[in-house]
Write a protein that binds this ligand. Structure first.
Ligand code: TGC
Length: 395
C-alpha cells in the first residue's frame, strides 16, 4: 500500500490522540475488509448493501459523536476520521453514516423528547433501525425557507401533506425526520413556523420511491417522498426545534463530516495515482520519474495535507464548542472542491485505464459531484462566506 508514503510526509498521526487513531484504524479496517471488496460491483449494479448497517452499528460508527442512548460519545475529530476512512472507500457509505448519525439521530438527540430519544436512538445506534432526514423539496434544496410541505392540526394530532426529494435512505428507513410548515395561531396570524416531525415510514400516506438514473452515488439510495394526508399523533412533533435553525443545526453536523470525508476520497485518488506513477513505464522509465507527473503529485499532496489540517482545526474547534457555521462553510467548500480537482488530476496520471473501474477515481469523481451539491452547494457556501465577510446578504 502507498498510504504510509503519504502519511509519512507529514506525520499527521502525531496530531491525534491514541483514541482517535484507534477509531481511524477501525474505520480503515472496516472500509478495507467490508466495503472495498464489493464496492465496484455495487456501484455498477446500483446496489446498496443494507446488511452492512448492523456491522457499522456494532463498530460504534452510528451517531458516534452523540452521548447516551447507546451512542459512543466520541470526539468530533474521531468522528471526522471515521468519515474520512469510509469515504476513502465510497462517498455512499460516508453518506449513510452522515444521514443516520449527523442528520436523523442528531435531530432526535438535539430536539427530541426523552420518550422520542428512548424510542429511536438505541436501535439507530445499533443499526437495527434506519432514519432519514426529509428537508429538501422537489423545487430545489438551496432555499429551505421556500418549503411548501405543511402540517395542520387534526384534533390533538397532525396531518402532513407535501413532497420531498433527494432524501437519502428514505425507502429503507424506519423513521423519517420530516420538516414542515405549521399553521398555528401561536406564530401570529398567517405566520407559519418550520417544525420537525418523527414519521414512522409505515404510516399510511407516506411513500418513498428511489430515484433512478443516477450516475453518482450508485451504491446508495436517494428517494422522492410523498406525504399524502399523513396522520400523526400529537407527540410526533420534535419539541425542541422551532424555525429553520432546527434543520440547519443538523446540516452543520453533516457538513462537518463532509469536510473530513471528501479528504478520504481525495487521499484514495492520490494513492492510486502515486502507485501507478511508480509501476507504469512510458518512454522507458516510470511516469513518476517525469517532472510533470511529480508536479501533479506534489500539488495533490499539498491539497490533501492542507485539507486535513483544516479539518483537524475545525474538529478541535467543534470539540471546544467554538465552531461557527461560516467556518464549516470554509471546510465544506474547500474539501469538496479540492477533492474533485484531485480526482480529475489523478485520472490524468492513470491514462486511459483511469476511466475504467479498475481504479476508483471516476467513481470518486462522480460521487463527489453529489457531495458538491448536497448539504449546501459551492455557491451557497461562497455566499455564506461572502455575507460573513461583507455583512451584506446576497441570497
Ligand atoms: P435565514 O432564513 O436568515 O435563517 C433562518 C434561521 O436559521 C438560522 N441559521 C442557522 N442556524 C444554525 N446553523 C446554521 N448554519 C444556520 N444558518 C441559518 C438563522 O440564524 C435563523 O434563525 P432564527 O432563529 O433567527 O430563525 O436563513 P439564512 O439567510 O441564514 O440562510 C440562507 C442559506 C442559503 C444560507 C440557507 O438557506 C442554506 O444554508 N441553504 C442551503 C440548504 C442546504 O444545505 N440544503 C441541502 C440539504 S441536503 C438534504 O436535504 C439532503 S440530506 C442528505 C441525504 O438525505 O442524503
Amino acid at each position: 500500500t502507498t498510504a504510509p508514503r503519504i502519511d509519512q510526509v507529514f506525520d499527521f498521526d502525531e496530531l491525534l490522540s491514541e483514541e482517535e487513531r484507534g477509531w481511524q484504524q477501525r474505520a480503515r479496517a472496516f472500509a478495507q475488509d467490508r466495503i472495498l471488496p464489493i464496492i465496484e460491483d455495487d456501484f455498477e449494479q446500483k446496489h446498496f448493501r443494507k446488511e452492512l448497517i448492523p456491522e457499522l452499528g456494532a463498530a460504534g460508527f452510528l451517531g458516534m459523536h452523540l452521548s447516551g442512548y447507546g451512542c459512543a460519545g466520541a470526539g468530533a475529530v474521531s468522528y471526522g476520521l471515521v468519515c474520512l476512512e469510509l469515504e476513502a472507500a465510497d462517498s455512499g457509505w460516508r453518506t449513510f453514516v452522515s444521514v443516520q448519525g449527523s442528520l436523523a439521530m442528531s435531530a432526535i438527540h438535539k430536539y427530541g423528547s426523552e420518550e422520542q430519544k428512548q424510542q429511536w436512538l438505541p436501535g439507530m445506534a445499533k443499526g437495527e433501525l434506519i432514519g432519514c432526514f426529509a428537508l429538501t423539496e422537489p423545487q430545489g434544496g438551496s432555499d429551505p425557507a421556500a418549503m411548501t410541505t405543511v402540517a395542520r392540526r387534526d384534533g390533538d394530532g397532525w396531518v402532513l401533506d407535501g413532497a420531498k426529494r433527494w432524501i437519502g435512505l428514505a425507502s429503507l428507513a424506519d423513521v423519517a425526520v420530516v420538516w414542515a410548515r405549521v399553521d398555528d395561531p401561536a406564530y401570529g396570524e398567517g405566520a407559519k413556523a418550520v417544525r420537525g416531525f418523527l414519521v414512522p415510514t409505515t404510516t399510511p400516506g407516506f411513500t418513498a420511491t428511489p430515484i433512478d438514473g443516477k450516475l453518482s452515488m450508485r451504491a446508495s439510495v436517494q428517494c422522492d417522498i410523498e406525504l399524502d394526508g399523513v396522520r400523526l399523533p400529537a407527540d410526533a412533533i420534535l419539541p425542541g426545534a422551532e424555525g429553520l435553525s432546527g434543520p440547519f443545526g443538523c446540516l452543520n453536523e453533516a457538513r462537518y463530516g463532509i469536510v473530513w470525508g471528501a479528504m478520504g476520497a481525495a487521499r484514495s485518488c492520490l494513492e492510486v495515482a502515486l502507485d501507478r506513477s511508480i509501476t507504469r513505464e512510458v518512454f522507458g522509465k516510470p511516469i513518476g520519474a517525469n517532472q510533470l507527473t511529480q508536479a501533479k503529485l506534489a500539488d495533490m499532496l499539498l491539497e490533501v495535507e492542507k485539507g486535513m489540517l483544516l479539518a483537524l482545526h475545525l474538529g478541535r474547534r467543534k470539540e471546544a464548542g467554538r465552531l461557527t457555521p461560516a467556518q464549516i462553510s470554509v471546510g465544506k467548500l474547500n474539501s469538496v472542491r479540492e477533492a474533485l480537482a484531485i480526482a480529475h488530476e489523478a485520472r490524468t496520471i492513470l491514462g486511459g485505464d483511469g476511466i475504467t473501474n479498475a481504479f476508483p477515481v471516476m467513481r470518486h469523481a462522480a460521487n463527489l459531484e453529489s457531495v458538491r451539491t448536497y448539504e449546501g452547494t459551492d455557491e451557497i457556501h461562497q455566499l455564506i462566506l461572502g455575507r460573513a465577510l461583507t455583512g451584506l446578504n446576497a441570497f
